[in-house]
Design a protein around this ligand. Structure first.
Ligand SMILES: Nc1nc2c(c(=O)[nH]1)N[C@H]1C(S)=C(S)[C@@H](COP(=O)(O)OP(=O)(O)OC[C@H]3O[C@@H](n4cnc5c(=O)[nH]c(N)nc54)[C@H](O)[C@@H]3O)O[C@H]1N2
Ligand SMILES: Nc1nc2c(c(=O)[nH]1)N[C@H]1C(S)=C(S)[C@@H](COP(=O)(O)OP(=O)(O)OC[C@H]3O[C@@H](n4cnc5c(=O)[nH]c(N)nc54)[C@H](O)[C@@H]3O)O[C@H]1N2
Ligand code: SF4
Ligand SMILES: [Mo]
Length: 651
């Protein structure tokens, strides 16, 4: 028996370290690495079933071309010739910018980023900016701290209080849970702030059911109480912050009562929460991404960041306002990966459909999609289908005929984890690089993206690309040069390893912030900050929240890859009764954007007038983004899925 080390490639906070036992070329056991301080020997159902997904009978195992509406198998040679010729024709007749390259995070491998280098060699193409995922929060923290860094999970054990604000780690970041429970066992108070009493809230010491999008108001109310009670850290503010006077003046002018009313919490609750956060240092905030998928998502995060600075809970063990951790990306040569991009057009990612259908009608001639099920995952599905379908030439590289692939002209099948060597660098949370070994051969007609783009480049005679990205070894050595320099070793030395970068366990410890002023920058006043959020529309009295599913990674399902059943939507008993509905009943959810057939289920933890469903249902089973609005947040070009109002119609 031989044991191999690899990692989970999914777009998940945890990026687990995986061990695979092989007996006579067959996998005999898949398990979490018990030596790894984050994975702790445990994998979730998704990680345990990565192999089952890749072995699924519906996996695409040869290039496909749509001929008269039907998928037909073609040879790689034919696929490369036809796609290569089409890309050359687009460039000749319309310019390379008439092509969109749309990529997401379907696989966190470094070699899988070869697509970007290819398209920049091709001449530069139109690409998205902003995010469906975390954009508002990233921009908020960049404005406040100058960068987005998080504490090492072990450091949370030093906190006296931990606020989990708009994240549901019991579903989305399961390896954070043991740290939270260990902290609790040592006396740390665990607090959850969420409109839904989540599985995480169920074991917290305190739970606050804030109204959707009211987090900014809540943070302002807390800041006001902290200022009134003189619980702020005057020395931290004086030495390391910019903009405090303006911030204070803004907060001083607000009415506490009004702020508290907007949060949906009682005065007692807001005072209690403020005391929990501000009375015993260190206090730690762990932010999620659910609370920034709103029009005001970015500024709401900025007000929460301000609480950290106000109380001096920044740059110390057990503190921090932890949103994400981009520290390891600094050890990658992005210039090489991106291949010296020429200035090319960009579009705001959440506004893809508007860009294609309205702003550039008829101009986009082709699209290549990698690592994404974009049509399903964008807001406003009907418009996304229309926009994607309107593009004359469409290629999708994926493992399955996803909803996006279904609408394409060609599908190219690519390798997955276990079938290729790579380095996974994509954790949004911890600072580990993990080598992933090739354990088995892919199906005979399936190729790695590196080879796919090589074959295209050969056909298209892209000499520079073939020279600079000649071999995976050259690619990895160049892309990882900053890491190898930092470690003082060769690529071969880090193969087979999981490497922890030690430098960033407590960000901002030296209080040298990465902003231009070198200080933490308080949000300065903006007029629209106090406007009523989620303006109520009597025609659509319910708020529709689409959250991340526990057992799936967006639309990547495990075992039943298409998750063949009607989507479920959850409400509390009061809402059910108000709408004269019954548990288990089928109903139609209707928003200004579209309709969605669902099965209604009860969840007492859901706030009043809120309907919750989980994203990722395939379109044959409806898809939650039929309801969600196209739009962007205040900063960071973030999708605003949760600004969605709806009503329920019984069937
Ligand atoms: N309503 C609603 N919608 C949302 C969200 C929400 O909260 N609510 N969340 C948003 C968020 S946070 C995100 S990050 C996006 C995610 O959007 P996507 O990343 O587009 O979502 P996935 O369904 O994970 O699609 C990834 C695809 O990559 C494929 N894939 C896996 N491995 C490989 C590989 O090695 N190579 C290639 N080429 N393909 C591969 C998978 O089969 C899958 O089809 O969705 C967003 N959509
Ligand atoms: N199992 C699983 N794990 C995943 C993913 C997955 O699809 N499945 N996706 C991965 C990706 S790409 C991402 S981006 C992350 C997302 O990770 P999370 O941020 O944890 O996930 P979300 O479901 O978007 O939202 C988290 C919480 O925000 C709450 N929320 C919604 N609106 C508000 C609000 O206005 N205020 C407050 N305070 N809370 C609010 C929701 O009720 C929910 O409990 O998870 C990653 N991990
Ligand atoms: S999905 Fe996340 S928690 Fe599950 S195995 Fe992969 S990295 Fe670990
Ligand atoms: Mo995401």
């Amino acid at each position: 028996m031989k044991t191999f080390k690899t990692a989970c490639p999914l777009d998940c906070f945890d990026v687990c370290s995986i061990q695979i036992d092989m007996k006579e070329d067959r996998v005999s056991c898949v398990r979490g690495d018990d030596q790894d301080p984050i994975t702790k020997g445990f994998l979730c159902k998704k990680g345990r079933n990565l192999l089952e997904r890749l072995s699924h009978k519906k996996r695409v195992t040869a290039p496909l071309k749509k001929v008269e509406g039907q998928w037909t198998t073609i040879s790689w040679q034919k696929a490369i010739e036809e796609i290569g010729n089409a890309l050359l024709a687009i460039k000749d007749h319309h310019g390379s910018n008439a092509l969109i390259h749309y990529s997401e995070s379907g696989h966190g491998g470094l070699l899988k980023s070869i697509d970007t280098a290819f398209f920049n060699s091709y001449g530069g193409v139109t690409t998205p900016k902003g995010s469906l995922c975390w954009g508002a929060g990233i921009e908020a923290q960049t404005l406040d701290f100058g960068d987005v860094l998080g504490h090492d999970p072990h450091d949370h054990l030093h906190a006296k209080t931990i606020l989990i604000w708009g994240r549901n780690p019991s579903f989305t970041n399961v390896h954070l849970i043991p740290f939270l429970k260990e902290a609790q066992s040592k006396g740390t108070k665990l607090v959850v702030i969420d409109p839904v009493k989540t599985a995480t809230a169920s074991f917290a010491d305190y739970y606050y059911q804030v109204k959707p999008e009211a987090d900014g108001h809540l943070a302002m109310a807390m800041a006001k109480i902290i200022l009134q009670q003189k619980k702020y850290d005057a020395s931290f503010i004086k030495n390391y912050c910019k903009g405090f006077e303006d911030f204070k003046e803004f907060i001083d002018n607000l009415q506490l009562q009004q702020l508290i009313e907007a949060t949906g919490l009682t005065k007692k609750e807001v005072y209690e929460l403020t005391a929990l956060y501000s009375q015993h240092k260190p206090s730690c905030i762990i932010l999620g991404y659910g609370l920034q998928r709103y029009k005001r998502g970015g500024n709401n995060i900025r007000f929460i960041d301000a609480l950290g600075a106000l109380t001096g809970n920044i740059g110390l063990a057990g503190g921090g306002v932890n949103y994400a951790n981009k520290s390891i990306t600094k050890y990658i040569d992005w210039h090489y990966i991106k291949n010296n991009p020429l200035p090319s057009p960009t579009f705001k990612r959440p506004l893809f459909s508007k860009y294609v259908l309205e702003e550039n009608k008829g101009k986009i001639q082709g699209i290549v999609v990698t690592k994404s099920n974009v049509v399903l995952q964008l807001p406003d599905t009907q418009k996304a289908i229309e926009a994607f379908s309107s593009i004359p030439f469409k290629v999708v590289i994926d493992h399955f005929i996803t909803d996006t692939a279904e609408l394409a002209d060609y599908i190219l099948p690519c390798t997955g984890i276990y079938e290729e060597e790579d380095f996974i660098f994509s954790s949004m949370w911890h600072s580990y690089f993990t080598y992933t070994e090739k354990i088995m051969s892919p199906p005979p007609n399936v190729k790695h993206e590196f080879e796919i783009f090589h074959l295209l480049a050969q056909h298209m005679k892209m000499k520079d690309f073939l020279r600079d990205y000649s071999h995976p070894k050259q690619y990895l050595e160049t892309a990882l040069a900053p890491l190898l320099k930092h470690l003082g070793c060769e690529l071969e030395t880090i193969k087979g390893k999981r490497i922890k970068l030690e430098t960033q366990d407590i960000p901002w410890q030296d209080k040298q912030f990465a902003t231009t002023s070198g200080k933490f920058e308080f949000i300065s006043t903006q007029e629209d900050l106090l406007q009523e959020n989620n303006i109520e529309d009597p025609r659509y009295p319910l708020q529709f929240l689409t959250l991340h599913p526990k057992a799936s990674l967006h639309s990547q399902h495990f075992i039943d890859v298409e998750r063949n059943r009607l989507p479920e939507a959850f409400v509390n008993e009061n809402t059910l009764r108000k709408w004269n509905l019954e548990e288990g009943q089928e109903a139609m959810l209707v928003s200004p954007n579209g309709k969605l057939k669902i099965r209604l289920l009860l969840d007492e933890g859901i706030g009043e007038n809120i309907v919750v469903s989980y994203e990722g249902w395939w379109l044959k089973n409806q898809g939650v983004n039929h309801l969600t609005p196209e739009g962007i947040s205040d900063i960071g070009n973030q999708a605003i899925y949760n600004n969605c109002r709806c009503k329920i119609i019984p069937i």
